[in-house]
Design a protein. Structure first.
Length: 94
């Protein structure tokens, strides 16, 4: 679901991406592994922010800020540059 949402986002099909992100969130609620849950919550937040920054820039910036907090705290530096860029785009769109 999460990977499919990212594909829909790249194809410009925001509504389908948002739908899949919601489905991923619902599924994640049933996962009982805290590490897996937090990592995928951050990925969902990142994808949601990247998908909605034009239509809902304030919500996107908030989602991206939360994703950045996870990536910075976990040492996942390879996603940081893209997340900062996306958050900047959200701020500009607001």
């Amino acid at each position: 679901m999460l990977n499919r949402a990212e594909i829909y986002k790249r194809l410009g099909q925001s509504n389908r991406a948002i739908s899949d992100l919601g489905e991923a969130e619902r599924y994640l609620a049933s996962v009982h592994d805290p590490l897996l849950t937090s990592r995928n919550e951050a990925r969902i937040l990142l994808a949601r922010g990247q998908t909605t920054y034009r239509e809902r820039p304030d919500e996107a910036a908030d989602a991206l800020t939360k994703a950045l907090a996870y990536f910075e705290g976990s040492g996942t530096s390879w996603r940081l540059a893209q997340a900062y860029l996306d958050r900047g785009r959200a701020h500009l769109a607001g």
